[in-house]
Design a protein around this ligand. Sequence first.
Ligand code: EPU
Length: 338
Amino acid sequence: MEILENISLKAYNTFGIDVKARHFIEVTSVLQLQKLLQLSAFPTRFVLSGGSNILLTQDLEDLVLYINLKGITVVDEDEASVTLKVMAGENWHKLVLWTLERDYGGLENLSLIPGNTGTAPIQNIGAYGVELKDVFVGCEAMNIQSQELKDFSKEDCQFGYRDSIFKNKAKGKYIISSVRLKLTKRNHKLHTFYGAIENELREMGIVTPKIQDVANAVIAIRQRKLPDPTFLGNSGSFFKNPTVSGKVFESLYKRYPEMPFYKLEENRFKIPAGWLIEQCGFRGKRIGDAGVHQKQALVLVNYGNASGMEILNLAIAIQKAVKAKFGIELYPEVNIIK
Ligand code: EPU
């Protein structure tokens, strides 16, 4: 087991923030993970996966465990469905492509989401009307304290909008090692009701879409709107879309009748944070190398050499402006590491 020293994490986080890990090791087996967690020389660790949902603001002194467990296996199968066990270090979009090649349905709307499979449950990744929880069966996670593997069922995970037990009660206590997903082999249930997908398919001239077509539509929309972290550092949506009460919504809607919104149950409304941020004049704004994406104001970007603190300061300025103009609090979706 070779523990490396003073490693730059620039290539390990999609924001491309150049901070250093004092100690760093790549984890390629569950047994190795168990042993590493028992090392008394390193009582505290930082768990790093695809690095697609974190903002690093300073060098890390803890032992960085870069989770790179690989493997996709079929663990259950019948005429209509297949259950996959996917190891945590598998890249999410590569997994989506793997399932599409075999005509397994369920992940097509979640195409091109950056990050690895093991972190997908933490924030219950979602896009275009589908969330991970819709295909999720369970996951295995190692208890950091006892090094025992625990199986979490879908119910155990307590999924919500960009939320799960791993962001709450179980935060910092487990390392997810694998995820089980149940996909369809036939009679795929397509989710094309989301306006942007319907339009895209129409423009592609597709009348009876297959799962591959839905994936292509999602990929086209995402490529148009969202920056590719390979070329422009970012972590996708920086904030969650806020929800407000019916009363707050009514008064806002009177002032801004053009405001987009989604009606939720129980007299609550979700307002797109991207719209709120754009209204405050931040779309396309750039301070040094920290910026707000030109095509989607919910995405903060690193033009090259921004520090984590510069991105964070921009995020704080946005939060203040939205609060002042709309009275709405924005909460980060990205994990800020201070
Ligand atoms: N909008 C603006 N200005 C902007 C951005 C958006 O006016 O700069 C408006 C749009 O015109 C639209 C509305 O806001 O009316 C919603 O925008 P969009 O469809 O782009 O989706 P979103 O609510 O901003 C969410 C997810 C995305 C996901 C898309 C599609 C969150 C925090 N974000 O974005 O997820 O891809 O829906 O389902 O829920 C991510 O989590 O990293 C992510 C990219």
